[in-house]
Ligand binder design. Sequence first.
Ligand SMILES: NC(=O)c1ccc[n+]([C@@H]2O[C@H](COP(=O)([O-])OP(=O)(O)OC[C@H]3O[C@@H](n4cnc5c(N)ncnc54)[C@H](O)[C@@H]3O)[C@@H](O)[C@H]2O)c1
Length: 456
Amino acid sequence: MSDTGNARTSSDWYRMLANGRIGGPLSRQLGLPRPAQLRRYRPGQSLTDGPVRLATAGTGKLADHVLTLPEVDQVVEPDARLGALVLDATGLDTLHELSVAQELLGSGIRRLRPCGRVLVLAGTPEQAGDITAAAARQALDGLIRSVAKELRDGATANLVQVSTEAAPADTDSTVRFLLSARSAYVDGQVVRVGAAGSAGGASPDTDAGAPPHAGRVVVVTGSARGIGAAIAEVFARDGATVVCLDVPAQGEALAATANRIGGLALQLDITTPDAADRLSEYVTGRLGGVDVIVHNAGITRDKLLVNMDDARWNSVLAVNLRAQLELNAALLAPETPLRTGGRIVSVASTSGIAGNRGQTNYAASKAGVIGMVRALAPRAAGQGITVNAVAPGFIETEMTAAMPFGTREAGRRINSLHQGGEPVDVAETVAWLAEPGSGGVTGQVVRVCGQSLLGA
Ligand SMILES: NC(=O)c1ccc[n+]([C@@H]2O[C@H](COP(=O)([O-])OP(=O)(O)OC[C@H]3O[C@@H](n4cnc5c(N)ncnc54)[C@H](O)[C@@H]3O)[C@@H](O)[C@H]2O)c1
């Protein structure tokens, strides 16, 4: 039986209508989009909703390793309905092999179950041996992004580009995440995996069967509510001790979140001059250091640029960008509280990639975050620390619920899954990037947007 289902009741009336007994046939007849009920993670759930077929285009270098994942099988019955199709294209270097990949994907996709997964593993174009190989590898990018747009019923397609230095095991956390229900709203993305080096490794004080963040200390800024609260919940579910941080004005909601997950509440405005020192002292004094910092706190103060006043511009830049730069500097300083193998994950936005009318301040701050992540990643690598960003698209929160009806509906539908994401979708993506096993993923920006047309 399918275990498709949403963790909380969505406010998306159209999705409910289009999946109903009367609305379903009507929306089909009118050719309207039919947003599927996405399969989201529940404890004890199988990795995929159905068997995983592994195919190879060219001489795949990872196929043997992928087969060691317990749920993957190369000899799935030919007419079986698939939970996922994995294509090992790490040896793909010619246009003939590209055509083979196209055929394998075409035949496999027909057999996908609702909310199925298409995952292609390939080499990086920059490391190809010749120009044709570089072109063939890059061609997969366009192929997969288009496949993602053609898939129906909540299925997704993503591409993982694996560098030649990466060990097969360095790809595990990414392959598992993209196959699982945890990546419900991650679609049409290209993720790079390199060698984990000193950024890899297991959680401290844990055994192989322990949850991924057991024994780790995680700080989540802006976690009194919304996406931040969901991030704190997912880390607590996965075994971490979570420090929930928010402004004093949100004290009550902050305490409620921290109590719910058995975490700690820290009232702190991250824009105050002593914020970095206070956070460092808190985590060092109480917890002996920190393993993960999630920069989630963010604000909007929208106005067209011609009407933008200093207060709007400065406040958005201060919370969304300057505070992150200052906290990172403090956390990475000599005698750093951020431990070796640490993780920095920033919450950016698709507005920072595509731009958005009325959001010059917000988009500038979020694009700045992306610039910070890319510049910081190679510098932090020496300390075994990874730095990544997630860029959410339209997420169902109090902020988006307050939008005018037309804007909200447009925001929900202009993506390949024809619906908004849930805060938990961002949270699961952040938690994957912060896993001890994700040491090979750094300097990346992963969009959690259902393949939004904005900035596509
Ligand atoms: N909701 C969406 O659709 C969406 C889309 C893209 C990106 N994002 C980003 O996701 C993040 C969370 O968004 P949300 O929708 O949950 O917003 P939200 O307003 O519900 O939550 C943001 C939290 O940050 C806190 N905060 C603000 N200023 C702070 C400061 N100076 N110090 C400490 N905490 C502070 C707030 O008090 C609040 O609890 C933000 O960075 C936002 O830009 C959201």
